[in-house]
Design a protein around this ligand. Structure first.
Ligand code: HEM
Length: 144
C-alpha cells in the first residue's frame, strides 16, 4: 500500500477516502433502490438512464463503479501489506479478502435487485471492511 503511493501515510488516507466514498455512495444507491423499485435489471437500467431520471437514480448508477474502483485499490494495497508481513498484515489480508467479497456480493446484489438479506450482508461486509482498513492503518501508524 505504502509503496504504491510513494508514502505510507498518504496511501492510508487514499484508502480511507476511497472506502468512505464507496459507503456514502452505497447509502444513496440503497435509498434509490427503496424509493424506485425495479421489475428487473433492464427496467432498473432504463430508470437510471432516462433523460428525466430522478437524481437518486442517476447516483444509484455511480455506486457500483466508484465502489469497484475503491475495492480494487483496497484489494491491491491490502494484498501488498499482507505479503510484506509487517504490522497489521493480518488486518490488511482481511481487508483484501473483504474487498473481494464485497465486489462479489455487490454484483449479485445488482443481479438479484437487492433482496433485503443481501443488502444486510453487503452492509455487514462494508462495516467489517472499514474496521479492517482502520486496524491495518493504525498498526502501521503505531509502527511509524
Ligand atoms: C468496497 C466496495 C463496496 C462498499 C464499501 C460498498 C458499500 C455499500 C453500502 C454501505 C451500501 C448501503 C447499504 C445500506 O445502507 O443498506 C451499499 C449499497 C449497494 N451496493 Fe455497495 N459497496 C461496495 C461495492 C459494491 C459493488 C462492486 C456493487 C455492484 C457491482 C455494489 C452494489 C450495491 C447496491 C446495488 C447497493 C444498494 C442495495 C443495498 O443496500 O445493498 N456495491 N454498498
Amino acid at each position: 500500500m505504502g509503496e504504491l503511493q510513494g508514502d505510507r501515510g498518504e496511501q492510508r488516507h487514499v484508502n480511507h477516502a476511497d472506502d468512505d466514498l464507496a459507503e456514502g455512495e452505497g447509502a444513496v444507491a440503497a435509498l434509490g433502490d427503496t424509493l424506485f423499485p425495479a421489475r428487473d435489471l433492464a427496467h432498473a437500467l432504463e430508470q437510471d438512464l432516462a433523460g428525466t431520471a430522478h437524481v437518486l437514480l442517476r447516483l444509484r448508477l455511480a455506486h457500483p463503479v466508484l465502489a469497484a474502483i475503491a475495492a480494487g485499490v483496497v484489494l491491491l494495497g491490502g494484498w501488498k501489506l499482507a505479503l510484506d508481513g509487517g504490522p497489521g498484515h493480518r488486518a490488511a489480508r482481511a481487508a483484501a479478502a473483504l474487498a473481494l467479497g464485497q465486489i462479489v456480493v455487490g454484483v449479485v446484489n445488482v443481479a438479484l435487485l437487492a433482496p433485503i438479506p443481501l443488502q444486510l450482508a453487503h452492509l455487514l461486509l462494508a462495516d467489517l471492511l472499514w474496521i479492517a482498513v482502520v486496524l491495518a492503518g493504525a498498526a502501521r501508524l503505531a509502527d511509524a
